[in-house]
Design a protein around this ligand. Structure first.
Ligand SMILES: Nc1ncnc2c1ncn2[C@@H]1O[C@H](COP(=O)(O)OP(=O)(O)OP(=O)(O)O)[C@@H](O)[C@H]1O
Ligand SMILES: [Mg+2]
Length: 353
C-alpha cells in the first residue's frame, strides 16, 4: 500500500520505564517525522511488556498527547511480551487469501493457547516441496492472547485513543534500522541481519533474511538489569552504579560485575541465534545492528562483536525519515535517537509496506 500524501501515521511504544510516540507525515513521497515525544512512567505500571496499572498508563498517554500536541488518535501499537509467540510452521500450500481464512483451523497444534483465545497473524516465508513432492509453505505464525491485547485496547480507549494496527516491536525494528533503499529491494542475495534492541528491561532480537523477518524473540533483561546487578552485589547506590554503567566513573569492582553481566547477556543472545541456526540451518549473518539506549552500556557493543563473532553496527533510527520541526536541540535528538527505533519503525509501517 502506498500511503496518501499528507497522511499521518503514529507509532506507539509502551516500554518499561517510558511511553514513546512518533508521528510521521507523508508528503511529496517523503516520510517526515513531524512529532516525537517521550514520557516516563513509574516502575510497576508496565511489567515485562504487559499492562499492570492501566489507570496510570492511560494518564501517561494523555500527558504524552498534551505534551506533543498531537491531533491524531489512531495508533500503531507495538507489543513484546510473553503473551505473544512467533514461530515458523509448515503447512500444505495454499493461496494467501485462502490461508487467511483457513489459518485458525490449521494452527492449534503449533500454539500453546486455544485458538479461540488468540489473535493470529502470519507472514509467508517460503514455498518448498517435500520428498513426496507435496507443495508446502513455511509460514511465520504470530499468536497473541486476546486478553493481553484487550488490556492495551482498554487503556488506549481510556486515554481517548484507538488502535489502527498492532505490530510486534521486533517487526518494527527493520523499518527504522535498515536503510529504505535496502528495504525496498536493494539487499544482497542471501543477506541476513540480526537486529538487537536493548531497552531498559526488555531486549528484542529480530533475524531477517533478505529483509523478511524469520525469527523474533525477546529477553526479559536490558540496561537496567546491569545497574541492578551492581547495586545488589556491591551494595552500591543506584546513581553510582548507573554512572559506572555509562562509563562515567571507573570502580574496578563494579566494572568487574558489569563485565560479567554483559558477557552473560551476550551469551543469552548467542543462544537465541544458535537456536535459530539449529532450526533453519541458516548460519551466515552479515552483521548485527544495535539499538535501544541500553545498548549504550559501556563495552556492550564490543562484547557483542567478540561474543557473536559478527560485525556490529550502531543503528540510526532517524535514517529513513526527514526531520520535521521538533522541539529538541540537535544534542537532545542525538540522545533520543537510540531509544526510539521501535516507535519510529511502528510509524513507518505504512510507508514501507
Ligand atoms: N547514555 C547511556 N548509556 C548507557 N545506558 C543508557 C544511556 N542512556 C540511557 N541508558 C539506559 O538505557 C535504558 C533505556 O533504554 P530504552 O529507552 O531503549 O528502553 P525502554 O524502551 O524504555 O525499555 P524497554 O524496551 O525495556 O521496555 C535504561 O536502562 C537507561 O538507563
Ligand atoms: Mg523499548
Amino acid at each position: 500500500m502506498s500511503p496518501k500524501k499528507g497522511s499521518v501515521a503514529i507509532g506507539l511504544d509502551i516500554s518499561s520505564n517510558s511511553v514513546k510516540v512518533a508521528e510521521i507525515t507523508i508528503g511529496k513521497g517523503e516520510a517526515v517525522l513531524t512529532n516525537l515525544g517521550i514520557v516516563h512512567i513509574p516502575e510497576g505500571v508496565v511489567r515485562d511488556g504487559e499492562v499492570e496499572d492501566g489507570v496510570t498508563l492511560a494518564e501517561a498517554l494523555k500527558e504524552l498527547w498534551s505534551l506533543t500536541g498531537m491531533k491524531g488518535k489512531a495508533v500503531t501499537l507495538g507489543i513484546a511480551n510473553q503473551k505473544v509467540i512467533v514461530r515458523p510452521i509448515e503447512l500444505p500450500y495454499m493461496e494467501k487469501e485462502e490461508l487467511e481464512s483457513a489459518l485458525r483451523f490449521q494452527v492449534q497444534e503449533f500454539i500453546p493457547i486455544p485458538v479461540d483465545d488468540a489473535i493470529l497473524d502470519f507472514d509467508i516465508i517460503e514455498e518448498f516441496m517435500t520428498a513426496e513432492e507435496e507443495r508446502m509453505l513455511t509460514v511465520l505464525l504470530v499468536a497473541a492472547h486476546k486478553d493481553m491485547v484487550q488490556s492495551f485496547i482498554e487503556v488506549l480507549r481510556a486515554a481517548g485513543l484507538s488502535i489502527a494496527a498492532i505490530d510486534l516491536k521486533a517487526f518494527a525494528l527493520p523499518r527504522s534500522l535498515i536503510p529504505l533503499a535496502t528495504l525496498q529491494g536493494g539487499y544482497e542475495e542471501g543477506e541476513a541481519l540480526c537486529l538487537i534492541n536493548v531497552g531498559a528491561g526488555i531486549t528484542n532480537v529480530t533475524i531477517l533474511k533478505e529483509n523478511a523477518p524469520r525469527f523474533a524473540r525477546f529477553l526479559l533483561c536490558g540496561g537496567d538489569d546491569f545497574v541492578r546487578a551492581i547495586v545488589n552485589r556491591l551494595d552500591m547506590q543506584w546513581e553510582e552504579a548507573e554512572s559506572v554503567r555509562r562509563g562515567m566513573i571507573v570502580n574496578p569492582e563494579a566494572v568487574n560485575v558489569l563485565e560479567q553481566e554483559i558477557v552473560n547477556f551476550v551469551g543469552e543472545i548467542r543462544r537465541s541465534i544458535d537456536y535459530y541456526v539449529a532450526q533453519t540451518q541458516e548460519r551466515v549473518f552479515n552483521k548485527v545492528i544495535l539499538s535501544g539506549s541500553g545498548s549504550l552500556t559501556v563495552n556492550l557493543a564490543q562484547e557483542m562483536n567478540r561474543g557473536l563473532r559478527l560485525p556490529v553496527e550502531i543503528g540510526r533510527p532517524f535514517q529513513n525519515v526527514q526531520m520535521g520541526r521538533l522541539p529538541y536541540t540537535p544534542e537532545e535528538l542525538a540522545e533520543i535517537e537510540p531509544s526510539v527505533a521501535v516507535c519510529v519503525g511502528l510509524a513507518l509501517r505504512e510507508v514501507v509496506e
